[in-house]
Design a protein around this ligand. Sequence first.
Ligand code: ATP
Ligand code: MG
Length: 661
Amino acid sequence: GSSSGIDYRAELNEQQHAAVTSKPGHALVIAGAGSGKTRTLTYRVAYLLDQGVAAKNILLLTFTNKASREMLERVRELIPQDTSDLWGGTFHSVCNRILRRHADELGFTRNFSILDTDDQKSILKALIAEAKIDTKNRRFPKPDVLLSIFSLSENTKTSIRDIIDVSYPYFEEWHDEIKRLHRAYTAKKLDSNSMDFDDLLILTLKLLSKDDDLRDLYQRKFRYVLVDEYQDTNTIQCELIDALVGANNSLMVVGDDAQSIYSWRGADMNNILSFHARYPDAAVYKIETNYRSRPEILELSNAAIKANESQIPKDLRAAREKGAMIPAVIPLSDPRAQADFVTQRIEDLIGEGVDLNEIAVLYRAHYQSMEIQMELTTRDIPFQITSGLRFFEQAHIKDVSAFIRFVVNRKDEVSFKRIAGMLPGIGPKSADNLWKAWIACPVSQHEDPPLSFSEYLNTFKVPKKAAHHWEQLCFTLDELVTREGFQAPSEMIFSITEGVYDDYMRESFDNYEQRKQDVQQLMQYAQGYTDINEFLSQLSLMSSADGDPKANTKQEKIEDAVTLSTIHQAKGLEWKVVFLVWLADGMFPNQRILETEDADQFEEERRLFYVALTRAKDELYLTYPMMNPRSYTGEIMQTPSRFFEDFDQNLVEEWQVQSGW
Ligand code: ATP
Ligand code: MG
């Protein structure tokens, strides 16, 4: 029986209640935006604990690590139980945890490095140079494009050839070269004991597929598997879940096909549509009440998505009462007037007592936030950005972690070359020679660190200009290793900064002070860790929205700030007031999609519009600039987004705003 005293009946509607308290077995909750899918999962976790299920037997897969933290916080509010043994997080973080235990079965060691996009690109650039591909007069794909091809191929289990033919036909003549590069890239990662983000998933799946005992072990462990935002899983993620679910497991997935917005990265809406075929005994729950939005906003959202053909029809009813305004459409003269309007309105809202963290400005692409960022800064309104460069992607933060990564994983070529390259007089060529000398030392291949690095490194030939710095570097590396293993993570950062990096920052960056503060912040953050592998994994996975490790934000939450976010990153979240900007044709829907004239892609773009609208609880502002001076052809007129044609104009109210608002 229940021991917590949670009144499940009172806090959930009938369908939610049935799902939350369902008997062991599989379940699918498919329902529209704001209907309480995430809430259902949260209560389900509480309910299971309430029923005496051990936390260690539950796996909660969410779209961001932050989402999982927030859900577990809520669980602890509901029920005072220790959830530290519960595995919760993104696919990447959960796979990382599994691989840290078993990587040796795949030819890696447990201290493997995780490559981010920059690292991947630098490996690939070197391989392209090595391959001596004759690109004269012909276009060869840039590293970015190559990586997308590789990634799409791996995530959808499609051959490189097919990916090129279907999605990159203009690179057809390079089939063989691209395939060869892919093989070389894969080999290089194994050699350098490094995995990219895709590998975390793919290799975990491989591990579970080839080792039956291990799969049994995890199936016995994760008796209950729960997945949020299931509509955006890709083939690999879907197979991973299937591999973790055996005859005696209970799988509960929740999602909304109308919010599937990641197909460009391999997500496959069919995973949710075919769920019932794969799990025929699964119970299906549908929720038809929306608890988030005022009816005026909901009506608009329902109307906007209706225009899509491929979707499960859902008519959401509003649980909330009518509000004070119907969604506003505001044409503005140009992007600056748009920024002006948005920030002015935000100031008014602040005056009305609205909290800053109840306000979001959403847009299709990160660059569309530029003017608004500037205007918010001018007016001293704090904001946080959940798109754009992450704290941990900044060059100086990556520099510092490169030292640690190399000391921990001596096969990490990218990190070694990054460190060597910081020294004066050492270019790519010398760095490469030094690397070759290093991997020739047997000690470089050991899993345990050598007690002294200088013993080997000091014997290498370095350019004269670098000699003194090299010595200092060796001394610093030696400091990081102790008889017990490694210094604590924060001590390592201290040694690195004092030893060599502070000098380097002073010489290299004009904003030295700012960067020094960042490094100090990193050091503070590191104090929460004793295990170096855990710390490094955390750096790589930090707040990485799943599958979108390139996006996202600083770790610490700014308590009171307006949120600026791409719509993709706003998935699952809600705010009292939402501004959706740049609603002009070519901006949203974006130009590429208008040009392809692909109906499926256009429908996905419309789902993105639906996701944006349904983030708002009380107030929704839709704005667009009528002129765009940033266009390379000079000023151009903008046409209002064709999404406006999808619904009855009575559902919105047009506001006329004077320029210079
Ligand atoms: P999305 O599709 O955007 O991810 P969702 O279906 O996951 O939305 P939630 O975020 O779980 O929806 O819920 C939306 C809001 O409605 C939240 O503020 C939640 O607390 C509230 N809510 C959901 N169900 C109920 C309920 N039965 N009673 C009261 N409030 C509810
Ligand atoms: Mg949700």
